[in-house]
Design a protein around this ligand. Sequence first.
Ligand SMILES: C[S@@+](CC[C@H](N)C(=O)[O-])C[C@H]1O[C@@H](n2cnc3c(N)ncnc32)[C@H](O)[C@@H]1O
Length: 243
Amino acid sequence: MLRRVKSLVAKQRLNSISELIPLLAHDEDFRTQSLNHLMVNVSSLFRDPNVFAKLKQEVFPYLTSFARLSIWVAGCAEGLEAYSLAILLEEEGLLDRTQIYATDINSEVLKQAASGVLVDSLNADDALRYNESLGKSSLSDYFVTAYGKQKLKQELLAKISFEHHDLTQQAPFLNAQLVLCRNVLIYFDKTLKNKVVNTLWDSLDETGYLVIGTKESIEYLDIDYDYTVTDEKTRIYKKSDLK
Ligand SMILES: C[S@@+](CC[C@H](N)C(=O)[O-])C[C@H]1O[C@@H](n2cnc3c(N)ncnc32)[C@H](O)[C@@H]1O
């Protein structure tokens, strides 16, 4: 965080961190820009492929029992996680019945995400992670190239709704069968984690699944629901009856 703040000071050509204070207090545009600068938006297609493979094996069979599916990708950054999910759902014949809500607090990354255009071209590592996620086809089949950039095919992009949402302040999206919130909790302290994780559980239907980052955990938090651990390594949890 200190590194990010210092880089913000340098970017603004200020002399010290304290010089940020009046700007943050009085200039709303500056506040938004600064927030966007402070956020870490690192992501990749099929990040932690073992998680996607596990989702396909353990969670997709559950999803097939629903006529309509809502999936929430919270803290979606530039959308790569939502694109990955859409591709795998399409391969299992589930995408037609699915609405994916992909949300983030950073409006800049959301614009990029909603465009469907990849910032970095597909490479061999993306293809490898797609295969390890048990992808069935060739990753490039899901993208079209225009003006030297690759863009997610429109029929997949149309199934994802990108919306601004602050996990720490706003109500949950309701009745989801699956919620992914990976590599976001890591930035919050315990109080905020408690609040956010309960928001995520609230958003799930009675027996839905929650996926967090592989380096995150919820075991020590105060959670208002009972749940079971579907897979410890990939941090996939399943909600059970109300406490
Ligand atoms: C490291 S990225 C994770 C992206 C993706 N989930 C993944 O695992 O690859 C963290 C994202 O969380 C978002 N974020 C941070 N605080 C948030 C909040 N309070 N509400 C919603 N999103 C938030 C950031 O803007 C950033 O895009």
